[in-house]
Design a protein around this ligand. Structure first.
Ligand code: PHE
Ligand code: FE
Length: 293
């Protein structure tokens, strides 16, 4: 059953993965699992825990879907690569997340042009196990089918990009990641939270939809939501009037900050034990001094 069907799904063909492919999963999993406590939001970490994505290599979607289905009614379906927008939205509207089944090669751990099974499953599945986010993703799919009729897909796609893929969440303990594009990347995990370079701006639906994104590099700007409930709440309104306004609006280039944008500072870089930056830098200093002849 590997021939594409009308909805573009294919069999995952789990038994065809090689040991080397499973090993790539395990390497990436271990690397991110070490990095994410204190950086990914609780919903992501809880979902990761509940889905048992660390059972010896690339998860078997059939096994994963038993857990995910029980939690929120979502399932992961395998597709050959990027699928047409309408097919993608239809899957989301029915609580199916289309995932690539191939995995990057061992020499490409940090770079890939197309989403693979690590990005799609490690990055996206944990948040789909969270009830509010699960509803948001379904609503997004329904909204996508609708936006096509308004010729507003480019604006809606920005919402996906700046939330589902690259979103940050404000918490009392500091900024946390929920975006799949960040949690599945070591480099962007550190950059998005702790590097002084990027802008971290408060979430504003219309402003965000006026902001294009980069697909070829780290994001110069991240949008910070106050809560998952706030994200879902902001998107439950009818987008028709918003689309009308957007049709007459200009884009705000990705690196630009407006005077009334709420801004968030980078998190301080922390070690496992939660040491502050100053403790960390004094430790580095100590090591340097010790190593002096
Ligand atoms: N409320 C949007 C509309 O009217 C649909 C939507 C919901 C879009 C959630 C994105 C996220 O089209
Ligand atoms: Fe993705």
């Amino acid at each position: 059953m590997t021939a594409p069907t009308h909805d573009w799904t294919i069999d995952q063909d789990w038994s065809a993965y090689t040991d080397a492919e499973h090993q790539v999963w395990t390497t990436l999993y271990d690397r991110q699992a070490r990095l994410l406590p204190g950086r990914a939001c609780d919903a992501f970490l809880d979902g990761l825990d509940k889905l048992n994505l660390h059972q010896g290599g690339i998860p078997d979607f059939a096994r994963l879907n038993e857990d995910l289905g029980q939690l929120t009614g979502w399932s992961i379906v395998a597709v050959p690569g990027l699928v047409p927008d309408a097919v993608f939205f239809d899957h989301l509207a029915h609580r199916r997340f289309p995932a690539g089944r191939f995995i990057r090669e061992a020499h490409q751990l940090d770079y890939l042009q197309e989403p693979d099974v690590f990005h799609d499953v490690f990055g996206h599945a944990p948040m789909l196990a969270e009830p509010v986010f699960a509803d948001y993703m379904q609503a997004y799919g329904e909204g996508g089918l609708r936006a096509g009729r308004f010729a507003q897909l480019h604006h809606l796609a920005r919402l996906y990009w700046h939330t589902v893929e690259f979103g940050l969440l404000e918490t009392p303990a500091g900024l946390r990641i929920y975006g799949a594009g960040i949690v599945s990347s070591k480099k962007e995990t550190l950059f998005s939270l702790e590097d002084p370079a990027p802008h971290r701006l408060g979430f504003n639906l219309e402003r965000l939809m006026r902001t294009p994104y980069r697909i070829d590099d780290l994001q110069p700007t991240y949008f910070v939501i106050p809560s998952l409930d706030a994200l879902l709440g902001a998107t439950l309104q009818d987008f028709a009037p918003l689309y009308d306004r957007l049709a007459d609006s200009t884009d705000i280039p990705i690196g630009v900050v407006l005077a009334d944008d709420p801004k968030f500072a980078a998190n301080r870089r922390e070690l496992d034990g939660g040491e502050s930056t100053s403790e960390l830098s004094s430790r580095i200093l100590t090591i340097e001094e010790d190593s002096n002849p």
